[in-house]
Design a protein around this ligand. Sequence first.
Ligand SMILES: Cc1ncc(COP(=O)(O)O)c(C=O)c1O
Length: 348
Amino acid sequence: MTSVAFPSSLPGGPTRRGRTETDVISTIGGTPLIALDRLFDPDRFQVYGKCERFNPGGSIKDRSARSMIEQALKTGAIVPGRSTVVESTSGNLGVALAQLCNFYRVGLICVIDPKTTAQNAAIMRAYGARLELVDQPDPQTGEYLPTRLGRVRELLASVPDAYWLNQYANERNSQAHHTTMREIHEALPDRLDYLFCTAGTCGTLRGCAEFVRDHQLDVTIVAVDAVNSAIFGPPAPWERSHRRLIPGHGAAMVPPLLRAGLADRLIKVTDADCVRACRELLAQESVLAGGSSGAAIAALQSAAEWIEPGAVCVAILPDGGDRYLNTIYSDRWVREHIELSDSGRDMR
Ligand SMILES: Cc1ncc(COP(=O)(O)O)c(C=O)c1O
């Protein structure tokens, strides 16, 4: 018989339970840190997952969306009942913005591409967002991002009172993650050695790194990127044959939010690494997580050889797996699209 350890306390911990909230937006943040003791032996080093799926929109992007929208409302850049926010987003930011824009009575047009899942598109529509699909990738790069940005520019010129938040360059995106890192620090005030953070717009990476620097914390920041992503420089020749099908981490360009020195180390992972790690996380910990969470876990697994005994590590888990049931958690999709023997590497 397999023996199973029960959690040390019954439900009723300090986070959120037993108090009222003024509205759904005020429940953004305050997400739990969960010990991943089954996946990583705590006698070697301790790993916690920061579970961002507990945000009301289901991902870490609720923090960025709230920060960018509330700033734009404060400065008068957008006005309830009159303005329309336009943004290029293929997933979680779109859902988060749809939630926020509906709440604040601001219009929203999300420019999406064929990689946007039907489920995400349905959620955005349910909140009242209008979706604009670009179906042609940029002929030079083969990526959809340049075409999506082109469509954003057209909409800004044609829609009255349209406003572009520009998540890739908006510092309110990165500032939102001072709260992410503050929460981690408050939960682990005595010791945190490593933070594993995936990079897309680099909002999370920059916000967390700024908090670490401003509070002089002794935390090594490990950026996790996708093989064949251009965020930290042009992909090496060995990367170029890799397709990036899993959204979230990785980008076809250097995001304007990136600054030199934000990350102390860089690990690049393949889609296969993400799938394997997501499935292990589910099997061992019963945590149904999204692809970039798998990326962070895969990076931690590959770092196990240099992480010193007794270290305390946090992996940010940006969203839940419910949005990936037809991809990462579909055996058929994985068989058809993923070369499971493929692996990424530690870059420095
Ligand atoms: C699931 C997921 N993981 C990772 C990221 C990357 O976060 P950031 O844009 O803050 O770099 C995103 C961004 O949208 C995301 O949706």
